[in-house]
Design a protein around this ligand. Structure first.
Ligand SMILES: [Zn+2]
Length: 230
């Protein structure tokens, strides 16, 4: 289970992490364990009335199929209502508990600012919990851990000056994963072109063909360690 190679990815909706970072997940071999946490059930993500009663189940199924392609073995669904993810004490404590339980080497979540309220609240919950998980407080939520890095990814709101670009190689496998979210193709028409176009832009900025952009959070300071004079 938890190891030094575990990374936690917190997303608001079931396709966000795929849009933001599937290329990296598919290409980084040294990451052994990825735990994906989806904060909402996706109940408002339907584009025709007939899907209204089946959309939650459908999106869950799409998500699990996507996990198979990405090699994600553990997926936690927090089951908050869509467009109503709250930055409240319950969710905040739940995120602290997850961070302390899995003790990851890196955390990924949504960038800020974002127009979507669920993306914003997911970002705010996770970044604050990242810091609070490091403090010697709330022992009932687990042993404190200072996770060294939190990166943010972009979905449809974009970074102006991203810190980091990852070479994702070929775009085809990422698009194959994206197509698993069939129910969202009507909600986000043209999303496949958007994802490919953005990957070309980010690739150009990084000196590759296709890329993905990330921003290192400065919400918590990064300690600088060096050998001291004796
Ligand atoms: Zn989303």
């Amino acid at each position: 289970m938890a190891s030094k190679d575990t990374i936690l990815i917190f997303e608001a909706h079931s396709d966000d992490a795929v849009i933001g970072m599937a290329g990296m997940i598919l290409n980084i071999k040294e990451i052994k364990d990825i735990v994906l946490i989806t904060c909402t059930i996706g109940d408002t993500g339907y584009s025709n009335e007939e899907e209204k009663t089946t959309i939650v189940e459908k999106r869950r199924k799409e998500s699990l199929e996507s996990d198979l392609l990405l090699g994600i073995k553990e997926h936690i669904f927090l089951d908050n209502p869509c467009q109503n993810l709250q930055n409240d004490l319950k969710n905040y404590h739940q995120v602290i508990e997850i961070i302390r339980k899995y003790r990851p080497s890196q955390i990924f979540t949504h960038k800020s600012p974002s127009k979507h309220r669920d993306h914003r609240n997911c970002h705010d919950l996770v970044t604050e919990a990242w810091w609070k998980a490091s403090e010697n407080i709330l022992p009932e939520l687990g042993d404190p851990i200072r996770v060294p890095i939190l990166y943010t990814f972009e979905v449809t709101d974009l970074f102006e000056f991203p810190h980091s670009i990852v070479d994702i190689g070929d775009i085809t496998p990422k698009l194959e994963v994206l197509r698993k979210f069939e129910s969202q193709m009507g909600v986000l028409p043209g999303i496949e072109n958007f994802v490919e176009g953005l990957a070309l832009v980010r690739g150009f900025q990084g000196g590759f063909t296709y890329g993905e952009a990330f921003q290192k959070s400065d919400f918590m300071a990064t300690p600088i360690r060096f050998a001291k004079k004796t």
